[in-house]
Write a protein that binds this ligand. Structure first.
Ligand code: HEM
Length: 458
């Protein structure tokens, strides 16, 4: 079997480069080998083929389950946190079953109820900002997205369990983003429980406490059923598969954890980047404000469809996509891809970052230009911040909805400015990417013109 070419440096050095500086690693490979190359970043340094050619991506992602399978066995990096019954770690039939059970709460009508929630939570968090004081954007965006997900997913609003979960989850996710903890995910040998003070020991203890809180909540719901609840946990508990079976407690725990982890950091990061670009580029901010202010009595469904706000969100997720790669896909039967004859068991990933940096699709790719999305329609395999095919992001509509409501609410409530001129770069944060610290300062309050969110439609 002949795999596409790739760098020849020792595998361990490449792994270190990938963990420490993923963007420079991908760019160097792209410069030397183009839009398909092989790197030793798979399990135990096995080859992984990175693809950033739209036609090839279409071939891989649209024939999921035939030549290319979206098997969960290659997502074992996520297992320590999400468990082995998570939609992310499951394969084949069980993966499809879980996806089917989980999709309905993230669509259509359901989304309207979350709109109100998102606006309220944003407002609560905004109240903590003081004119003249600078603040770290990430920590506030994380507060918003974690509260949104805890309330929308668990239906947990206040009380001891809510506060404990909020605290434990932010602690665990913050610690998981350090290079040491990421290395432990790539190298199982580093997962040693040397007591509560060792990094892995601390992780295991935090996870145990979180699990206990989740199981307590599930048990309480079983003991005191309440049909009027509309949160995602309630919907998952009442969901039945084709055989009429409900989800087990372990499945429920793993899926809740999946939604908390997948839905919280990603959206907070996207919001932090969006706020950075909006305040870095005065013309972008100006156009957004003109668009928001032009609505006399801003109807929320109009707000959701505002073309420039949509373009700013799209460009934010293009330039430095939070998920740099799709989940791996594995070849099941011999197949030709871009002139290479690939044999079964070859593992490929869609390289979202390099696809979004293609000069032929996005001239001056390092420039933040929302206009691209007003002037041109991109196909799903040219622009894929949420992946595609059998594993396309379940929370795609939810995340876009949240981004727009939070940004509109913030921009309509106060005037902000970057607190300093320190350069902001994309860096690895856990298994995803994020900006280095963005600091903003409130310069003044604005007259509120935010819409009432009950009527927002998606
Ligand atoms: C800006 C925010 C987000 C980004 C950029 C993002 C990105 C992605 C990407 C790239 C994938 C992999 C797709 C593939 O391999 O084809 C994915 C999968 C997934 N995302 Fe998101 N996501 C975001 C927000 C969310 C939210 C809010 C939730 C849920 C509350 C969520 C839940 C999931 C789940 C469950 C999967 C796995 C699906 C499967 O394995 O079948 N994500 N996401």
């Amino acid at each position: 079997m002949q795999l596409p070419d790739g760098p020849q440096a020792p595998a361990m050095l490449q792994m270190i480069h990938w963990i420490a500086k993923p963007f420079s690693y991908m760019e160097a490979c792209n410069q030397n080998y183009g839009d398909i190359f092989t790197v030793p970043l798979g399990k135990k340094f096995t080859p992984l083929v990175f693809v950033s050619n739209p036609q090839a991506l279409q071939q891989i992602l649209s024939s999921d389950t035939k030549e290319f399978d979206a098997s969960g066995e290659y997502n074992e990096l996520f297992e320590p946190m999400l468990g082995n019954q998570s939609v992310i770690t499951l394969s084949g039939k069980s993966h499809r079953r879980q996806r089917q059970l989980m999709m309905p709460p993230f669509h259509g009508e359901r989304m309207k109820a979350y709109g109100e929630l998102i606006a309220e939570i944003t407002e609560q968090v905004l109240h903590q900002w003081e004119v003249g004081k600078s603040f770290s954007v990430r920590s506030f965006m994380q507060q918003i997205s974690l509260r949104v997900i805890l309330q929308a997913v668990f239906g947990l609003y206040e009380g001891e369990r809510y506060h404990k979960l909020e605290q434990l989850l932010s602690m665990m996710l913050d610690q998981s983003s350090t290079p040491g903890r990421v290395s432990a995910l790539y190298f199982p040998i580093l997962r040693q429980d040397l007591g509560a003070w060792s990094p892995w020991g601390r992780f295991l203890r935090q996870r145990q406490q979180i699990d206990q809180l989740i199981y307590d909540e599930i048990n309480e719901r079983r003991d005191q059923p309440d049909d009027s609840r509309t949160d995602i946990l309630s919907m998952l508990m009442s969901a039945r598969d084709e055989a009429g079976q409900p989800m087990t407690d372990t499945e429920l725990r793993d899926e809740l954890m999946t939604l908390l982890v997948a839905g919280h950091e990603t959206t907070a990061t996207a919001l932090a980047w969006a706020l950075y670009w909006i305040h870095k580029l005065p013309e972008v901010r100006q156009k957004l404000l003109e668009e928001l202010d032009s609505l006399d009595n801003p109807d929320p469904s109009t707000l959701f469809r505002l073309p420039y706000l949509n373009a700013v969100c799209s460009e934010t997720l293009r330039i430095y996509p939070v998920g740099m790669l799709t989940f791996p896909r594995v070849v099941r039967s011999p197949v030709e891809l871009m002139g290479y004859q690939l044999e079964p068991d070859t593992v490929l990933v869609g390289c979202i970052y390099l696809t979004h940096q293609r000069q032929d699709l996005y001239p001056e790719p390092k420039q933040f230009k929302p206009e691209r999305f007003l002037e041109h329609h991109f196909y799903p395999y040219e622009y894929l911040p949420f992946g595609g095919g059998a594993r396309r992001c379940i929370g795609m509509a939810f995340a876009q909805f949240e981004m727009k409501i939070v940004l509109a609410k913030i921009l309509s409530s106060c005037e902000l400015a970057l607190a300093n001129n320190r350069p902001v770069r994309p860096v690895r944060r856990g298994l995803v990417s994020a900006p280095t610290d963005v600091q903003l300062v409130v310069t003044s309050q604005r007259v509120q013109r935010t819409p009432t969110p009950e009527t927002i439609s998606v």
